[in-house]
Design a protein around this ligand. Structure first.
Ligand code: FAD
Length: 469
């Protein structure tokens, strides 16, 4: 019999329960990816699309090695899925679950449609450590605070990854997923190796070389100690469960590094917490999770928004982050927080505008992590930073980019500034600047916002909201 496996955010062979089960139960398996254009689903952003299509090519090759063809179709999955299943005379369709409200509703419709046509539809867990509804408080409710969520999650039995399906006869393939590389693809490509094999190598390298320095070094954007697994996780080239169990095996072999690995796993658990919110809350990319934030009067400031997007705000660490994002499709976590805080607090621009820009530019743009993190910084999220904690990007820069290496890398026009002024060229005396060739307002912008005044403006706006209640 034949089974169709509908791949979505799970572009891997190992620990892919849908693929594993289908391969075990049926003698022919066909895999399908739908480049979805369904009503109401959020279209994948540009940088993530680039990653996706590279990843699909990679996956098509690995699937061919075990005799499985990958079809890529563009359109509405509610039409394509049943049509493909019928065309193949498939007895069953398998997929791994996703957790957004719209995606869930769509999947439920398709399941129903397949069933009425006599085709079995099976969904499996595989994309998070624990499915959102299985982590609950003593009262059986969803969590709204991370620390108790993490305490519960870490005490749960996280399912062991399933192996990759056994190989059948190899197929030869012609890979064409209908995607035309954009002109900027080469630039992003210099920074990443894409696919399941690359993700596993990245994890092994991270554990061997970096994890020991992770707890202390993870806040310093010039230090390459974080895993950079986020885009691999975004597309499911590696699963959170694989990371979990590999990390635990690593602890077993290196007990001295247990504390560092635990810190890393607690960060990984934030991803599950975001999915918990995505599952339990209404449209987190649009609706503030704390209702009172609906009343906030965000500023309409297109020129400032543009300066932020292009890394021309005149605040070096903010500009460095925005340029790292543009060049690589990634930004260091600490700098994501600073750039998001600058936009939503200092410029008082709606977090949804920033979320949208990140969505288009990040290779790891994630339907749960991106909006949940933006709401966290803006203050409207669950368990969000208190509204009065407004990052000062200059002092943050002085603390976490002490010698300015990160700024020098991404804002090269400031590279010749001494450490003392690298985070605040606008405070450098004229004679200090003149020796460096930096001319504010000419070679590099004057700050587009006064940090002190805009901080106060944000405090007032948030206090009016009763955000401190
Ligand atoms: P590591 O530190 O090595 O962590 C390992 C994994 O744990 C990450 O890959 C990620 O899956 C998870 N993780 C780590 N930190 C967080 C966190 N704070 N919240 C949720 N999950 C976390 N992450 C995304 O994956 N996609 C996004 O679209 C995204 N948008 C963000 C937007 C803003 C404004 C902020 C402040 C954070 C955002 N994050 C997002 C979270 C975090 O910045 C990235 O996951 C992290 O920087 C990825 O780098 P890494 O893989 O080296 O992380």
């Amino acid at each position: 019999s034949t089974a169709l496996v509908w791949l979505r955010n799970d572009l891997r062979l190992a620990d892919n329960p849908a693929l594993f089960t289908a391969s075990k139960q049926h003698d022919r398996v066909v895999a399908l990816y739908v480049d979805e254009a369904d009503d109401g689903l959020r279209p994948t952003g540009a940088a993530a699309r680039w990653w996706l299509h590279e990843s699909l090519e990679n996956l098509a090759r690995s699937l061919a090695e075990i005799g499985i063809a990958l079809k890529v179709e563009a359109g509405k999955s509610r039409d394509i899925l049943p049509a493909e299943a019928r065309g193949l005379e498939a007895a069953a369709v398998h997929w791994n679950r996703r957790y957004g409200p719209k995606e869930r509703a769509l999947d439920a419709d398709i399941k129903e449609d397949l069933r009425t046509q006599g085709i079995a539809a099976h969904s499996h867990p595989g994309n998070v450590l624990a499915e959102p509804w299985t982590v609950e408080t003593g009262q059986g409710r969803p969590y709204s605070v991370f620390t108790p969520f993490w305490k519960t999650l870490r005490g749960m039995d996280i399912e062991h990854p399933s192996p990759a399906p056994k190989g059948k006869a190899k197929r030869s393939i012609k890979v064409d997923n209908g995607y035309k590389q954009p002109h900027w693809a080469g630039k992003l490509g210099q920074h990443w190796s894409i696919g399941e094999g690359a993700a596993q190598e990245r994890l092994a390298e991270f554990l061997d070389e970096s994890v020991a320095g992770y707890p202390e070094g993870r806040d310093f954007p010039a230090r390459p100690v974080t895993s950079r697994l986020s885009p691999h996780l975004r597309f499911g080239e590696i699963s959170a469960r694989q990371i979990w169990h590999t990390a635990h095996a690593f602890i077993h072999a290196h007990p001295g590094k247990a504390g560092a690995v635990d810190k890393f796993l607690s960060e990984l658990a934030w991803r599950d917490f975001s999915y918990h919110q995505l599952y339990h809350r209404d449209d987190i990319a649009r609706v503030p999770m704390q209702a009172k934030f609906k009343g906030l009067h965000w500023r309409h400031a297109p020129a400032q928004l543009r300066a932020w997007q292009t890394g021309m705000t005149g605040i070096p660490i903010v500009d460095a982050g925005m340029r790292e994002l543009w060049e690589t499709g990634y930004m260091h976590n600490r700098v994501r927080m600073l750039t998001a805080s600058f936009l939503t607090k200092n410029l008082l621009v709606d977090w949804r505008q920033g979320e949208h820009w990140f969505w288009d530019c990040l290779v790891d743009a994630d339907e749960a992590n991106n909006p949940a993190s933006w709401q966290w910084v803006a203050g409207s999220g669950l368990d969000a930073a208190p509204y009065f904690r407004i990052f000062n990007p200059v002092t943050q820069g002085e603390r976490f980019d002490v010698t300015g290496d990160y700024v020098r890398r991404w804002v090269p026009e400031l590279a010749s500034l001494p450490d003392k002024f690298i985070q605040k060229p606008f405070e450098a005396p004229a004679e200090a600047l003149s020796k460096t060739g930096v001319k504010l307002g000419d070679t590099y912008p004057e700050p587009i916002a006064d940090l002190k005044q805009t901080r106060q403006r944000a405090l007032d706006a948030f206090a009016d909201l009763g955000a401190n209640d």
